[in-house]
Design a protein around this ligand. Structure first.
Ligand code: NAD
Length: 340
């Protein structure tokens, strides 16, 4: 396929940004946007030089691929429609609201030999791309993602809304089966959890923790990784990172920290950094994560290969998210039991 014809279904907050990116990707032809909110669709279409439709079914025979950015509760129905009719799909995260429908989408895409990508955009964050180059084997990963309340995605809790980004990254970094999950969370605005913490243990003994909140007064997206003789910190918002490794002198046995009296050092940190530990900034190549994700999807359609984040990746993150939510519910029940 030379230049796939695309449409964006749902042009609210994120779909509008997808439409902007797709209209600028040379290898794609954005032909339409679709939203039940017709005025919004008309505005986005005018800004990006394409047409609009009100019902996504009108696009069935006119596109090769779609980006689905409707509310999560509708992903399964919309993606199912397009996959059944031979159209490749990029579905925003989380892939669906429940694992059973995600499994159906994955099976359908494989049966139809169609690309199914999931919008775990943080995988395309330039800092994450730089981290991948290090080829670490993490033993411990700590993720921290907090944001102010945005009045959106209230059909899902914070685990499916925000933490799922980190669950996908954790599963990408630690390629071993999950052994157990402990979780805790509380709701603030409604029925779903708005703050949550999870501790995930893997069968190889490595551990990951994730904290997510959508009721904070500031926004932060950070990750810390402990691997053998290496410690990495990464800031997704700043698109930066730092690597600390065992220093060359220490590795060669030229210095022994046990024999050093810190009271004799004028500047202990300067001594540590020149003798014991090497500190480097992560070499991050600037880029736009959403544009990289959309380009990857378009090229996967054009070239007939899997996208970087497949339906299977979306499903495995969703399975862990469901286990985290089950853990959150258990912790809430225990708290209610203790209070009564
Ligand atoms: P939103 O409410 O701003 O936009 C959703 C749009 O879909 C609305 O304009 C609505 O009118 C439209 N819509 C609803 N049903 C439709 C249908 N049947 N046909 C056509 N249009 C329909 O929501 P949002 O914040 O953009 O979130 C959309 C999806 O993107 C959610 O699944 C969310 O989890 C995901 N999301 C992902 C990220 C990320 O970082 N990858 C960030 C935000 C949201």
């Amino acid at each position: 396929m030379s230049r796939p014809r695309l449409a964006v279904i749902g042009v609210g907050h994120l779909g509008t940004r997808h439409a902007e990116k797709l209209s600028r990707i040379a290898q794609a032809d954005l032909i339409a946007v679709c939203d039940t909110h017709t005025e919004r669709a008309a505005e986005v279409a005018a800004a990006n030089g394409c047409r609009t439709v009100r019902d996504y079914r009108q696009l069935t025979d006119q596109v090769d691929a779609v980006v689905i950015a409707t509310p999560t509760a509708t992903h399964a129905e919309v993606a199912n429609h397009f996959l059944t009719h031979g159209v490749h799909c990029l579905v925003e995260k989380p892939i669906t609201s429940d694992c059973a429908s995600a499994e159906e989408l994955v099976a359908l895409s494989r049966k139809m030999d169609l690309r199914l990508a999931v919008g775990h955009v943080e995988r395309f964050n330039p800092a994450m791309v730089a981290l991948n180059q290090l080829e670490l084997a993490p033993r411990f990963v700590e993720c921290y993602r907090i944001s102010p309340f945005r009045f959106r995605s209230l059909d899902i809790g914070v685990v499916h809304d925000l933490m799922i980004h980190d669950l996908d990254i954790i599963l990408h970094l630690i390629p071993h089966p999950v052994a157990s999950i402990e979780a805790f969370g509380v709701g603030v605005f409604g029925q779903c959890e708005d703050i949550a913490n999870a501790r995930i243990s893997f069968t190889d003994g490595s551990v990951a923790t994730a904290t997510a909140s959508r009721v904070s007064i500031k926004s932060e997206r950070k990750i810390r990784i402990f691997a053998d003789e290496t410690y990495v910190t990464l800031d997704f918002e700043q698109r930066s990172g730092r690597i600390l490794r065992k220093g060359e002198k220490l590795r060669r046995g030229e210095v022994d920290p046990k024999t050093i009296d810190p009271t004799t050092l004028d500047n202990p940190m300067a001594f540590i950094l020149s003798n014991l530990i090497e500190m480097q900034n992560l070499q991050v190549v600037e880029g736009d994560a959403l544009e990289a994700e959309d380009t990857d999807f378009v090229l996967s359609v054009r070239d007939g290969r899997d996208p970087s984040v497949t339906g299977e990746h979306g499903l495995r993150a969703l399975k862990v998210a469901e286990q985290v939510v089950a853990g959150v519910e258990r912790s809430l029940e225990a708290a209610r039991g203790a209070a009564s």
